[in-house]
Design a protein around this ligand. Structure first.
Ligand code: HEC
Length: 148
């Protein structure tokens, strides 16, 4: 059977077109939702707003939520100053040192119950500062407890 010149060939063309168009539109809707879901909270601090923007640009949003729900990684709500249970029966308080370490050496302290899948980020001081301010703003209940 010659499919290329088959009289019903147009049916195949139409089906392929329908599949491609739906992939394109569902794909766009999906990406739109991801972006929309990505951050649009309002803060008085310009630094925190910059941190929020960075968390989207750098892709932290893919794994860390800001609505309190667990994602691939721990939520950022009330993360600052929190005592985190780590694997191997250790704990740590989320301070500036730990935040930096989590970016540069995520594997050195892995939060209990989460996979060691975060990659290393080498960010400049301005970026780290903005992300820290953002996470602090997301931590109204715990930020006061942190010493730094
Ligand atoms: C691929 C998913 C993924 C991405 C992207 C990601 N992380 Fe993570 N992150 C994790 C996971 C999983 C953990 C918990 C395991 C661990 O401690 O490594 C974590 C832990 C952390 C912690 C320690 C959290 C705590 O509660 O103790 C910080 C801070 C952090 N991430 C910051 C960031 C920042 C900032 C970015 C973006 C620059 C980012 N992460 C991007 C998956 C991710």
């Amino acid at each position: 059977m010659n499919l290329i010149n088959h009289p019903k060939r147009y049916l195949l063309d139409i089906s392929v077109a329908v599949v491609l168009v739906s992939m394109l539109s569902f794909g766009s809707v999906f990406i739109y939702h991801l972006n929309n879901d990505a951050r649009d909270l309002q803060f008085n601090s310009a630094l925190a707003m910059r941190g929020q923007q960075l968390s989207t640009e750098l892709g932290c949003v893919a794994c860390h939520t800001v609505d309190g729900s667990a994602g691939v990684g721990p939520t950022w709500v009330n993360m600052w100053g929190k005592t985190e249970l780590l694997n191997r029966e250790r704990t740590t308080v989320v301070t500036e040192d730990y935040f930096r370490e989590s970016l540069q050496e995520p594997a050195s302290k892995v939060v209990m119950g989460y996979p060691n899948v975060m990659s290393r980020y080498f960010l400049n001081e301005a970026e780290i500062g903005a992300l820290i301010e953002y996470v602090k703003q997301l931590s109204p209940q715990t930020a006061g407890a942190a010493s730094q």
